[in-house]
Design a protein around this ligand. Structure first.
Ligand code: GCU
Length: 597
């Protein structure tokens, strides 16, 4: 009975409170629930509300079956169609392409849970709101389409015939994060893996193991146990380094630590990862961690003490070639190999946390990452719920990826309009980042403004609170013709590194013409040729992530025969075909790599 009451307390605080995420699911005993799930498409949320629009106790989550021939039950999951999980619903069924609303998912499973073990249901992500039920009982809910969540089901799971039901709703709303208008497709569904995770009664819930912020030869971090026996001895073992460390957690199962070690430092040139074992008396988790240091000094970014220029590109989480949400290692490998082909060492994962597979692969391949939460354009800055939602997504993003060497930048926003409420909102988010992780840099993609015809200044007051300034500019596309970039000068108020986080132009792959004909590959080349020259004149420029690696779907792009609901600013088409401008950027990066910036 004790566990159940703990579970209830936990649930009521989950929505916008500190993340209850168990870290590193891959390093534990798991069973995948991926595959076909039965679904019920429910635009009127008839499976949740009664006709008085009150939440019903007998909704679809009960998975009712008629017991007698006279029984009235007006739904039947087992006779219903299916959707693949992980996957968005929009690209799986033509009728769901533009669907925004509720879909109920059901998965049956058997599970023998040994005595003294605990079981969690883990979701890589569900867009946008998810309510989760096991065997007709509500086990939790989550808001935010791009971060993981898990709920304990130890006391509800049966050996046979369990049914896990999830109500997923991707309806947009003004107070949400993101808000109602975005330049990306609102893919709905169980978009990432669903996994059963078995752990001991007292288990390693979370840990942070990184090179100490202020030292080259010290590893520091913390560990948090969860369960009954919280005061335990534990070991951090790095066999290859023959280094290790043993100490004990306190009464609350927590321990901060640091110990001497001289790891080979992780970098794009040498993405060295170490097998790390976290061992307690009751649990062991295996991990692969790279140790590196990232910092700024004045207008420079230093990786492991050496100045670095970030040769990057922006990308949405769309699956190359097949479209829809990317969700597996193969998708990630195609995307990151394209970055390598660009001679890049950096990727901006826009505008929300992407799946864990691409982040772990970036660790392996040595690609640096800018990771962002969807505080995008004009959200409701003075709405407390909106703030707690944004803070929770930030917390979940950092909690999931804090042990990843590849991630060097946490971004708390993109193109957000100046106001005092906005400044207070974003400033609080930067404080939250510092509470959770003081080893990485904080950034945001800021807007800028003209002070005269040919001078643009970067003096957004939020720049004060950032380590690195992100700058989005569209000279040659939304602002003038391509050669305007030659006549504009940038000034910055801040002695801080700048990353041009966006520039670009739409081009339909295979559409050729003269260099001033919009939508042609030649116009895009024209923009890139002027932009790479401009880059050399931007003060404090220490990185770039042009918009964008691959064409992506957007409901804001209807132009027939050209866009057809695609933003065509990709350097690669949605069919994986490189456009001419791809090679302009590649050659520019090759030059930078050779001659350093
Ligand atoms: C914006 C925005 C992107 C958008 C891009 C565009 O700057 O940040 O999300 O897709 O411009 O207009 O193509």
């Amino acid at each position: 009975m004790k566990n159940f009451s703990l579970l209830v307390v936990f649930l009521s605080q989950t929505i916008f409170c500190q993340s209850s995420l168990t870290t590193n699911i891959d390093g534990r005993k798991t069973v995948s629930l991926n595959g076909d799930w039965q679904i019920i498409i429910d635009p009127y949320e008839n499976g949740y509300y009664n006709y008085r629009y009150e939440p019903s106790d007998w909704g679809y989550f009960k998975n009712q079956k008629p017991r007698t021939k006279s029984d009235l039950v007006e739904y039947d999951f087992d006779k219903s169609e299916t959707l693949k999980v992980p996957g968005d619903w929009n690209t799986q069924k033509e009728k769901l392409f533009l669907y925004e609303g509720t879909i109920w998912y059901k998965k049956d499973f058997d599970y023998y849970l040994e005595k003294g073990k605990r079981l969690f249901a883990y979701f890589g992500a569900a867009n946008y709101k998810a309510i989760v039920y096991l065997n007709g009982n509500k086990i939790g809910e989550h808001e935010g389409g791009f971060t993981p969540f898990n709920f304990e089901i130890t006391n509800l799971v049966k050996e046979k015939d369990n049914f896990l039901i999830v109500k997923v709703d991707n309806k947009r709303s003004r107070e949400f994060v993101p808000t109602v208008n975005t330049d990306w497709w609102n893919y709905g569904g169980l978009t990432r893996d669903v996994i059963l995770v078995e752990v001991p009664s007292t288990f390693i819930k979370d840990y942070f193991i990184q090179l100490d912020k202020n030292s080259k030869n010290e590893i520091s971090g913390w560990i948090q146990l969860y369960g009954e026996k919280l005061k335990q001895n534990f070991h951090i073992k790095i066999p290859e380094l023959q280094e290790g460390f043993s100490i004990s957690t306190d009464e609350s199962g927590f321990c901060k630590f640091n110990f001497k070690a001289k790891p080979v430092l992780w970098s794009p040139e040498n993405p060295k990862l170490y097998n790390v074992l976290v061992e307690t008396e009751t649990d062991t988790v295996t991990e692969r961690i790279g140790f590196r240091r990232i910092e700024t000094k004045d207008a420079n970014i230093f990786l492991n003490g050496k100045p670095i220029f970030l040769r990057g590109i922006s990308a949405h989480e769309e699956a190359p070639l097949r479209g829809g949400r990317a969700n597996n290692e193969e998708d990630a490998r195609i995307i990151l190999n394209w970055v390598k082909e660009l001679n890049g060492n950096f990727i901006r994962l826009a505008h929300y946390p992407h799946n864990e597979k691409i982040v772990r692969l970036a660790d392996e391949l040595g690609i640096l990452i800018w990771s962002e939460i969807p505080v995008y354009w004009t959200i409701l800055w003075d709405n407390e719920q909106t703030y707690l939602n944004a803070q929770n997504q930030l917390t979940e993003m950092i909690n999931r990826d804090k042990n990843r060497a590849s991630i060097i930048l946490w971004s708390v926003g993109n193109e957000t309009p100046l106001s005092n409420e906005r400044l207070i909102f974003l400033k609080k988010l930067t404080e939250r980042v510092k509470e959770l992780d003081n080893t990485r840099l904080i950034t945001a993609a800021l807007e800028n403004h003209y002070i005269n015809d040919s001078t643009i200044v970067i003096d957004d007051p939020f720049g004060e609170y950032l380590d690195v300034i992100g700058l989005n500019e569209y000279l040659g596309w939304y602002d003038g013709l391509p050669d305007k970039a030659d006549r504009v000068n940038y000034q910055t108020k801040y002695n801080k590194p700048i990353i041009v986080s966006e520039f670009g132009a739409d081009a339909l792959q295979g559409f050729y013409g003269d260099s001033l004909t919009r939508w042609t590959e030649d116009y895009q080349v024209n923009v890139y040729e002027h932009q790479v020259k401009l880059m050399k004149r931007i003060p404090n420029l220490r990185g770039m992530s042009p918009w964008i690696l691959m064409d992506f779907r957007s409901p804001r792009r209807p132009l027939p025969g050209i866009q057809d609901f695609y933003n065509r600013k990709g350097l690669i088409s949605n069919k994986g075909i490189k456009k001419k401008a791809f090679y302009i950027l590649r050659d520019f990066y090759t030059g930078i790599e050779k001659n350093s910036w």
